[in-house]
Design a protein around this ligand. Structure first.
Ligand SMILES: Nc1ncnc2c1ncn2[C@@H]1O[C@H](COP(=O)(O)OP(=O)(O)OP(=O)(O)O)[C@@H](O)[C@H]1O
Length: 593
């Protein structure tokens, strides 16, 4: 996998939960202050320049056109020059603001994603992946928008103060008249946003609903077809799409009601200025240039007032979004590195001592499990469905921590190993392996990205994957996964085994990892495993007799503890429960076949 050098986030979120959301985000904002402040300062300077333009128009009209005391071109050039300057300044201000926004977004995304990667199995058991995706995208965007565009809008509002002061110095009465419509613009702007905003939320969540329906039905299209449920699923989509349509129509109705109001307020302002200003001109209390200039001010000042409503809503949304992001960041990783980093040399001795374990939702899975697996042993775990076999592997790799008792690897509690070392020593191949949408080489080298092609091929050969990979159009460079070549279940399992083998762990856990491979290939895999890695401790969660036959020892698990322990032959002879479990699982397999 190619590794792009990345920059670490410049700062984090303040860990103190009692602080307000903005104060917690402050370190992040502070880390980017140079860019943000430059952008705000530039936009402030740009606004000062902008405010000068109507004033120059006023002086130009009065002197060049009314009193003929100055030349016209001079003002034209001055105004053009100011407009150009303002354009350049605004260009830079906007560029820096957007850069700040995307830098912030990058940091937030890195912080959230790194945290998600640290979270343990228990966390992912509890949360919904769709919800996490939304937090990782729209919530981050909402916070970023407010943190950067919020200050920028506030700076734009300052234009109002500057312009008002300037207007007061020119004509106090007309200045007040020009500002008359502003409170109405601000109040109506807030009302408009309040009316429209909930509908925008609704649109977002309903669009997400449609996306989920589409996504699930495309992922599960084989099931839909198997049950000839196409029409029903189309109906499900239609009703989700109908909800989106309703939300959009409501949004359109609200917008078409509000937009004319908001658009006409400036015209009302213009009319007022023309009325009062015009009367003043007629009575000699104001100049024509003043009326023209004040018209420009009215038009210039309304947008920032309109945006006040937006900034309030953006603030509310950002507060809610930040809370959801903080909820993730405030969830501590349950499985973390221990303080002491002394570890014994790897031998592959695994011992479960009085282990009890319940999943985070309270389901008891292990209830006093005692088991010792010696270095180099191959052990099959056999038991009824739900008896706790997979859980044994998950605790050995410390995906979860035991509720009681201890899991010892080479005499040391797994909780005393640095996680990276532990995962190097305990390799686990799940029954439903996940492949990334990258090449087979990169999928196999996932745990050892620096591995050479020879090492990857050796691992694939041991896992019985080399032959079929070579037959693929692009061999090891074939891209698999969602957007690539589709492998069969058994082929995927072999790739996953190769991936675990490349790390060369002293303890290998095959959690039903060969269930989709036919018995002959399974035998080949185990033969090559045996030859290649004599001395490796292997635990197999096994249902098939053929798999069990490969084990030195069989452990019968019942209700989360060891019910019997011995060779296949001895258990078959002495343990009726073992015979019953085998009979049940072979019946199950026949039913599946
Ligand atoms: N992530 C989880 N959250 C909550 N309960 C779980 C979780 N995984 C497993 N369990 C429960 O823990 C118990 C033991 O599960 P485990 O997967 O270890 O059984 P198993 O023997 O491997 O079963 P199977 O042969 O069907 O794979 C079961 O009651 C199961 O429902």
């Amino acid at each position: 996998m190619s590794h792009v050098p990345r920059r670490a986030p410049r700062a984090g979120i303040h860990p103190d939960k009692s602080k307000s959301w903005l104060r917690r985000a402050w370190p992040l904002l502070k880390a980017h202050r140079a860019l943000l402040i430059t952008s705000l300062a530039l936009s402030f300077i740009g606004l000062i320049v902008q405010v000068q333009i109507p004033n120059l128009v006023r002086v130009g009209i009065d002197r060049a056109l009314v009193t003929h005391t100055a030349g016209l071109t001079r003002y034209v050039w001055l105004i053009a020059g100011l407009a150009l300057t303002q354009g350049v300044i605004n260009y830079l201000a906007r560029l820096y603001l957007l850069r700040t926004a995307y830098e912030l977004e990058y940091d937030l995304r890195s912080i959230v994603f790194s945290h998600l990667m640290r979270m343990s199995y228990g966390f992912y058991d509890r949360v919904q992946s769709g919800e996490l995706m939304s937090r990782a995208t729209s919530d981050i965007r909402a916070v970023q928008m407010y943190l950067t565009f919020g200050p920028s809008i506030l700076v734009q509002c300052m234009i109002a103060v500057i312009a008002f002061v300037l207007m007061l110095s020119i004509n106090p009465l007309l200045a007040v008249v020009a500002m008359l419509t502003m409170p109405a613009v601000a109040v109506l702007g807030v009302r408009m946003r309040k009316a429209i905003f909930p509908v925008s939320w609704l649109i977002q969540s309903r669009l997400a609903g449609v996306a989920t329906v589409v996504d699930e039905n495309i992922q599960g299209v084989r099931i839909v077809k198997a049950f000839a449920a196409e029409q029903r699923q189309v109906d499900t989509l239609a009703s989700a799409a109908d909800r989106v349509r309703w939300a959009y129509t409501t949004d359109a109705r609200l917008r078409s009601r509000w937009t004319p109001v908001m658009d006409n307020l400036p015209r009302l302002g213009l009319a007022l200025v023309l009325l009062v200003g015009g009367l003043m001109v007629l009575h000699g209390h104001a100049t024509v240039g003043t009326v023209v200039a004040f018209n420009s001010y009215v038009l210039m000042l309304q947008p920032p007032f309109r945006m006040l409503g937006m900034i309030i809503m953006m603030g509310q949304r950002a507060a809610a979004s930040s809370q959801r992001i903080y909820d993730i960041l405030d969830t501590p990783a349950e499985i973390v590195d221990p303080p002491s980093l002394e570890v014994p040399p790897a031998r592959g001795d695994l011992r479960f001592r009085e282990v009890t374990f319940a999943y985070p939702d309270g389901t008891a899975a292990l209830t006093g499990l005692d088991l010792h697996i010696r270095p180099g042993e191959t052990v099959a775990l056999v038991g009824a469905t739900g008896s706790g076999k997979s859980t044994v592997g998950r605790l050995a790799a410390r995906f979860y921590d035991v509720t009681g008792g201890q899991v010892l690897l080479d005499g040391t509690d797994v909780r005393d190993y640095p996680l990276e070392t532990l995962r190097d020593r305990v390799g686990i191949v799940p029954d439903e392996p996940f492949l990334f949408s990258v090449s087979l080489h990169d999928n196999i080298a996932f745990g050892r990205p620096a591995a050479t092609r020879e090492q990857v091929v050796a691992a694939a050969t041991a896992a019985g994957a080399d032959a079929f990979i070579r037959d693929l159009p692009e061999g090891y460079d074939t891209v698999v996964g969602e957007r690539g070549y589709t492998l069969s279940g058994g082929q995927r399992q072999r790739v996953a085994i190769a991936r675990a083998l490349l790390v060369n762990p002293p303890v290998l856990i095959l959690d039903d990892a060969t269930s989709a491979v036919d018995v002959r290939v399974e035998h080949e895999i185990h033969e090559s495993l045996r030859a290649l890695m004599a001395g490796r401790t292997t635990i197999m969660v096994a249902h098939r007799l053929a798999t069990i036959g490969l084990a030195d020892r069989v452990i019968l698990i019942e209700n989360g503890r060891v019910a019997a322990d011995g060779t296949h032959a001895s258990l078959l002879a002495t343990e009726p429960r073992y015979a019953r479990v085998l009979a049940a699982s072979s019946e199950e397999q026949e039913a599946v076949a």
